[in-house]
Design a protein around this ligand. Structure first.
Ligand code: PNS
Length: 175
């Protein structure tokens, strides 16, 4: 059975991540989505919230939950891979800008454990420029990010940031 670990901050998961996950399931029997537990990155969402949003996204995209494990990890990714007995790391590639960072990480991981291979899947072009940080910034400033994130994430962003600018100016339903 082929297994891969799909690691990331997922703060929060976007439709870009979701499309990589879907494509990943074409290539692998099972995928472990591994959320980095690192408070130093000052995440917007707690690890538990991020895990919940990923689980809800798995349902939204109609993926088989039996083929996806959602977990969290701290420390080195290669150590986590060893603990899970998985030798393939799955990462998504978007625009060229991702390439250098991904190359550095893949090489560092190979240096740390040469038995672990990184496999890249190209992001769907509709989401080529979708990044969690940009989504958070746009939504925080009142922008509409629906269509870029799963419903479960859009809901949580609404709870965090309150009504969007356009919602506030819309006439209320009672007159
Ligand atoms: O979604 P991100 O933030 O681009 O994911 C980055 C992640 C979590 C894959 C990377 O930061 C990571 O693997 N962190 C764990 C620490 C580690 O192993 N570092 C050495 C490899 S660069």
């Amino acid at each position: 059975m082929s297994r891969a670990i799909y690691p990331g901050s997922f703060d929060p998961i976007t439709n870009g991540h979701a499309s990589i996950l879907k494509s990943g399931l074409v290539a692998f029997d099972e995928i472990v989505v591994a959320v980095l537990d690192n408070e130093r990155k000052r995440p917007l969402f707690s690890v538990n919230e991020r895990i919940e949003m990923i689980r809800e996204t798995v349902k939204e995209i109609g993926a088989d939950p039996k083929r996806i494990e959602v977990d969290s990890f701290g420390g080195l990714l290669v150590d986590y891979c060893r603990r899970k007995q998985v030798r393939v790391v799955l990462r998504g590639l978007r625009a060229v800008a991702d390439f250098e960072y991904e190359l550095q990480m893949a090489n560092m991981n190979r240096h740390l454990n040469e038995e672990i291979e990184t496999v890249f899947i190209m992001a769907n072009d509709a989401y080529f420029y979708v990044a969690s940080n940009l989504v958070k910034e746009a939504r925080r400033l009142g922008g509409d990010v629906s269509g870029l994130v799963p419903e479960a994430v859009a809901r949580r962003l609404d709870e965090r940031f309150g009504p969007r600018v356009s919602d506030e100016s819309a006439p209320s339903s009672d007159g």
